[in-house]
Design a protein around this ligand. Structure first.
Ligand code: FMN
Length: 362
């Protein structure tokens, strides 16, 4: 493999600079791939292909939100083996994010801390880009769109901000994630509280139905992305509100503000991701699945570096998984390796399909 040779060079660069460098290469690929009339077929296997929310997922390993915040490389993700990709977080108003440095590697902990703060071009600009990139053919995998609150919008006007993004991006999304769990936008995580979440979902499901009718297409499944720092009773409340107010699923989890057990002495604000998040994210998935059952399929994310990690999330209750930090440490072909590894792990447990393993450990 090439990546073990390249990684030390990338890790010598400042973290965000390394990301920009790698991303530049991916965007160059995107220019070529977007012109193809027949999109690339994603890596798939009969034991892994599944239909959720009436969407066909060729395999369950997705790109987590935050890697392609501005939707600049949507056709590249199936090439790397991903079965779906979540673009964003996108906000209604374009914003630069927090001042750098704002992304930190913790190699000894196989982790990252980021406080990027939703740097993105804004929903209108991203919609224009997607219209251009999808013009010849959309990518051959489901594309999720993750939306968040603009920093300039007061918390009590958050719903209007999310609605504006939904209007711009509805037609490009297979599913939409309502991000109420980033630690880097002041007050955002308060929107996970029962009343606030119910009100937000109410407005968004109404708008979703209106857009569906206007465009003569089905409404998009709306998923809620939750923080790993919620207590179990708060997670139970999220499930209840989600079910009652028309959400279709959950994404668990976002980054954590906790710093338990790190061996790197670091005092930087932001969200921690990667290996130290792994166990907590799995526990959150287990709790959510216990309360939600099959009613709210879960996308499991947090510290997945291997097929075993992904399989643990699935057995805890995730129907799909996503990776971000694992890819920084293990390289761009990690998704494909994990998908292939899952087939072996399922077979070893006597399952013929992924769905038989979902929630086995819950
Ligand atoms: C640099 C960075 C930026 C991120 N940006 C976003 C974001 O914009 N929206 C979001 O919902 N999650 C964002 N995340 C969180 C990831 O999607 C994921 O939930 C989290 O990192 C846990 O997965 P991991 O351990 O595989 O990285 C970001 C994570 C990282 C490391």
């Amino acid at each position: 493999m090439l990546y073990p040779a390249v990684r030390p060079l990338l890790f010598r660069l400042e973290a965000e600079r390394a990301h920009r460098l790698v991303f530049g290469a991916l965007v160059a690929c995107e220019q070529l791939l977007a012109r193809r009339t027949r999109p690339l077929r994603a890596w798939t296997h009969p034991a892994l292909a599944q239909e959720l929310w009436s969407i066909s997922f060729p395999n369950p390993v997705g790109l987590a939100a935050g890697f392609d915040k501005d939707a600049r490389a949507p056709h590249v993700w199936p090439l790397l083996g991903f079965g779906f990709a979540e673009l964003g977080t996108i906000t209604a108003v374009a914003q630069p994010g927090n001042a750098p440095p704002r992304l930190f590697r913790l190699p000894r902990d196989a982790a990252l801390i980021n406080r990027l703060g939703f740097n993105n071009a804004g929903a209108a600009a991203v919609a224009a880009r997607l219209a251009h990139l999808f013009h010849t053919a959309p990518p051959g995998i489901p594309i999720g769109i993750n939306i968040g609150k603009s920093r300039v919008t007061p918390l009590d006007q958050a719903a209007g901000d999310y609605v504006s993004s939904l209007r711009h991006l509805f037609s490009f999304a297979a599913y939409v994630v309502i991000n109420v769990s980033s630690p880097n936008t002041p007050g955002l995580r308060d929107l996970q509280a029962e009343d606030q979440l119910a009100a937000l979902l109410d407005v968004l499901t109404t708008e979703n139905a209106a857009l569906a009718q206007a465009q003569q297409r089905p409404p998009r499944p709306l998923l809620i992305k939750v923080a790993p720092d919620l207590a179990d009773d708060a997670l139970a409340a999220v499930v209840q509100v989600a079910r009652k107010n028309g959400a279709a699923g959950l994404v668990a989890t976002n980054t954590t503000i906790r710093r338990d057990g790190l061996s790197t002495p670091i005092d930087e604000a932001g969200g921690l991701s990667g290996a130290p998040l792994r166990a907590r994210a799995t526990a959150v998935i287990r709790t959510l699945h216990r309360h939600a059952g099959a009613a709210l399929p879960i996308i499991g994310v947090g510290g997945i570096f291997t097929a075993h990690d992904a399989y643990a999330k699935i057995r805890a209750g995730a129907s799909l998984v996503q990776i971000y930090t694992g890819m920084i440490y293990e390289g761009p072909l990690l998704a494909r390796r994990i998908a292939a590894g899952l087939v072996d792990l399922l077979r070893a447990d006597g399952f013929t399909h992924l769905r038989q393993a979902v929630g086995r450990d819950a």
